[in-house]
Design a binder for this molecule. Structure first.
Ligand SMILES: Cc1ncc(COP(=O)(O)O)c(C=O)c1O
Length: 395
């Protein structure tokens, strides 16, 4: 074996020795409240999926994908600007724009691509890019790839954000980017204040609403709707791989001047294939389904409130909040992984996150609630958590 692979093998063995090695769990059933795990052959309650609305396995969504296979075949076999754009892509983009109250939208194969294909495309040396320190990895990579002056402010610290805006007063454009809902904390960005500061300092705001689309606001239109600011955030990126059907895909929505420019220049757009037609169809069906069934968002909200309340009554101290991301800080990575293994043995599938996904010493169990859960699922989870928590001395 070459020196490179020997080194990698050695590091992998060290991870195993430290109990921080991630083992992939194979599901042998669709994403749903209860899933079948290949390794154990048994069914467990799923508490770690981004299937917030349960649309992954909703017949109208699945059927739309099947119909698209028949009409359009398996794939686009091309990037968008060559011959990889189907009528379905236009329909999906028009629907997303309408759903968010924005002028236009442009889809990518992932929100990762949407984020890394955003800032580097139009910000240059004379511009400034300002980012929350806890933004998602895809934003961090997008920031790293951008030639503009870069500032990172302490998580949700509006004083530091304003200072960064003042420090970059000479820039041609200032662009502020934040997660709508932070994926590891489950907290919501301080959108009204961010918009106000941006207005005061003539900056443009973008939010990544991947964990808020379909989740926040009375009708699931995300963080802007949650704050009564629907359609008022200039740029929104989000994923189609979570609440909106969960297949894959992402998008950037905003003024047509932006999406048109991205169509001309954004590298993942120019050099990578379009969303497969079936995936575009699942996503379109999911947005339409959500439009017709806003009660799913209410059920998600009720489930979340029920779980958070009962978890606290049982003695756990989740990071406070109102979103369906409910993290419980455990501390050491190996301990969080151990807790998730014990919960799996007790019929609950929930993942322990440690370094490098979250900072050292803040490893956590991240519970995620779905509208697909019924009260009996949540009660069974709470029972298992109490049992495992007591064994580990957490409660
Ligand atoms: C906030 C945020 N942005 C972007 C992404 C990436 O989304 P996708 O899976 O569509 O690339 C994720 C996924 O984990 C996310 O949580």
């Amino acid at each position: 074996m070459s020196g490179l692979f020997e080194r990698l093998r050695g590091e992998l063995e060290a991870m195993q020795g430290q109990g921080v090695y991630k083992r992939l769990v194979h599901l042998d059933s669709p994403q749903a409240a209860v899933v079948k795990i290949e390794e154990s052959g048994g069914e467990v309650i799923n508490l770690c999926s981004n299937n917030y609305l349960g649309l992954c396995n909703t017949p109208a969504v699945v059927e739309a994908g099947r119909a698209a296979y028949e009409k359009y075949g398996a794939g686009t076999s091309s990037v968008r600007f060559i011959c990889g754009t189907f009528t379905l892509h236009r329909q999906l983009e028009e629907k997303i724009a309408e759903f968010l109250g924005l002028e236009s939208a442009l889809t990518y194969v992932s929100c990762w691509n949407a984020n890394t294909g955003l800032m580097p495309t139009f910000l240059e040396e004379e511009d400034a890019l300002i980012s929350d320190e806890l933004n998602h990895a895809s934003i961090i990579d997008g920031v790293r790839m951008t030639k503009a002056q870069r500032k990172v402010y302490k998580h949700s610290d509006m004083k530091e954000l304003e200072q960064a805006l003042k420090d970059t007063a000479g820039a041609r454009h200032r662009f502020v980017i934040t997660d709508g809902v932070f994926s590891m904390e489950g907290d919501i960005c301080r959108l009204p204040e961010i918009l106000e500061l941006a207005e005061k300092h003539d900056a443009t705001v973008a939010i990544d609403d991947s964990h808020a689309t379909g989740v926040l606001g009375a009708t699931g239109r995300g963080t802007p709707e949650h704050f009564g600011l629907h359609g008022q955030v200039p740029v929104v990126t989000s994923t189609l791989g979570k609440a909106l059907g969960g297949a894959a895909g992402g998008f950037t929505a905003g003024p047509e001047a932006l999406t048109d420019y991205l169509t001309q220049r954004s590298r993942p757009m120019l050099f990578s294939n379009a969303l497969p037609p079936a995936t575009a169809a699942h996503s379109l069906a999911a947005v339409r389904y959500l439009d017709e069934h806003p009660q799913l968002v209410q059920k998600l909200r009720q489930n979340t409130a029920y779980f958070r309340e009962n978890l606290q009554e049982a003695g756990f101290k989740p990071i406070p909040g109102e979103t369906p991301i409910v993290p419980i800080i455990i501390g050491e990575t190996a301990e969080a992984i151990r807790m998730s293994q014990m919960l799996l043995e007790d019929g609950v599938f929930v993942i322990g996150f440690g370094y490098p996904v979250v900072p050292q010493g803040t490893a956590r169990i991240r519970c995620q609630i779905s509208a697909a859960h019924e009260t009996e699922h949540l009660d069974a989870v709470l029972d298992a958590m109490k049992k495992v928590g007591a064994k580990l001395g957490i409660v």
